[in-house]
Ligand binder design. Structure first.
Ligand SMILES: [Zn+2]
Length: 210
């Protein structure tokens, strides 16, 4: 029986479930971290002032160097925790044109974006070569506390995992420092109108990497 920890970004599973993962792997259980939005920025990325500000704050380079460094950190964290790690190559919301600022990233997911990503991720979930999840395995998903669009989209995958015996949700750290599950209404966050939904950018289609 394997525990699959779905992590929107390179740090979410380690920060939110690190203790649990380490405890399980030390007891001989198998844990896999799947970091979903770990892809490089698209080649046609427009570097907005918001992206510049983030790169400046993170101090790990620019463009692909940032995503490479984050994947390397995530690999290191997984090795420390005794877990296997898999990366999916969807870009972080920061690099998807629907979300030009922090307010949009913590608003509701833009519909075309949500649909494109949900479809791509559910395709991955049904692709046994990519994600060999058995019916007896447990999948851990983020609750979406904090309302980051990537956490909300990944958290909504529970609907596509009904064949599994066990799907559980974890509180997203550090957001859960300020708000517990009881104080955060994920459903309302998904439906909140946001500037992102009035953005007329066409949906980006994500192919499934095999
Ligand atoms: Zn995150």
């Amino acid at each position: 029986m394997t525990h699959w920890f779905f992590s929107p970004h390179a740090d979410d599973a380690a920060l939110s479930c690190g203790g649990q993962i380490a405890t399980r792997t030390r007891a001989g259980e198998s844990c896999v971290i799947v970091t979903g939005m770990a892809g490089d920025p698209p080649p046609d990325l427009t570097v907005t002032p918001f992206i510049e500000e983030l790169w400046e704050r993170w101090q790990i380079g620019r463009g692909k160097a940032v995503t490479q460094a984050r994947r390397a950190e995530d690999e290191q964290a997984a090795a420390t925790l005794g877990a296997t790690i898999l990366f999916l190559d969807y870009p972080d919301a920061v690099y998807r044109s629907y979300y030009p600022d922090a307010q949009a990233i913590f608003g509701a997911p833009a519909f075309p974006d949500m649909i494109a990503l949900f479809n791509a991720l559910t395709n991955d979930l049904s692709n046994e070569r990519k994600l060999p999840i058995r019916a007896s395995d447990t999948v851990h998903l983020p609750l979406g506390i904090g309302g980051h669009v990537d956490h909300l989209i990944m958290g909504s995958l529970g609907a596509a995992l009904k064949r599994l015996k066990s799907v559980v949700y974890y509180e997203d750290y550090p957001y859960s420092r300020d708000r517990t599950h009881d104080q955060f209404d994920t459903r309302a966050a998904l439906q909140r109108p946001s500037a992102a939904n009035s953005n007329s950018a066409p949906p980006r289609q994500y192919g499934s990497r095999r």
